[in-house]
Design a protein around this ligand. Structure first.
Ligand SMILES: [Zn+2]
Ligand SMILES: [Zn+2]
Length: 149
């Protein structure tokens, strides 16, 4: 699933700005890995990104892709999500949103935050934990898979 080019440009511009703010060197590898992620809305795994970037960058190793994603995640530039099959998938979209995971094909889809009511959480019931974000994972069957049942 390729993202529309305007969204990719927006993500890249923000990425360059954030890297500059944080003094993070924009190496060709980091840029290529982020670019591949920003242009792929399927929430790819590190392996999928590696396969995508490798042809244009033969010296790239899978380990570098993992380390780069970890680094970018630590800087809040990418989000890592944990899916039902425990594979780490990555997301360049930083806006608040939820995810729908298809239990048949394992694809991950973005769900706009506005599509779901925000749960009201009683602070007392949480025993002192402070909620800073709410991400909901919906499980079900995507339209493509419903057609094949
Ligand atoms: Zn599906
Ligand atoms: Zn997402």
């Amino acid at each position: 699933m390729d993202t529309d080019p305007i969204a990719v440009e927006r993500r890249l511009a923000l990425f360059r700005r954030r890297c500059a703010e944080r003094g993070l060197a924009l190496t060709p590898q980091r840029l290529a890995i982020y670019h591949a992620l920003a242009g792929d809305d399927s929430h790819p795994t590190a392996e999928a990104l590696y396969r995508r970037v490798k042809p244009a960058m033969p010296s790239l190793s899978l380990g570098t892709v993992y380390r780069t994603l970890e680094l970018l995640q630590g800087h809040g530039l990418v989000t890592r999500l944990h899916t039902t099959d425990d594979t780490a998938r990555f997301d360049a979209e930083r806006g608040e949103h939820h995810h729908f995971i298809c239990t048949a094909c394992s694809r991950v889809f973005d769900v706009p935050e506005a599509a779901l009511p925000r749960p009201s959480v009683e602070p007392a019931a949480l025993g002192g934990f402070r909620v800073e974000a709410c991400r909901i994972q919906l499980l079900g069957v995507c339209p493509d898979c419903q057609r094949h049942v």
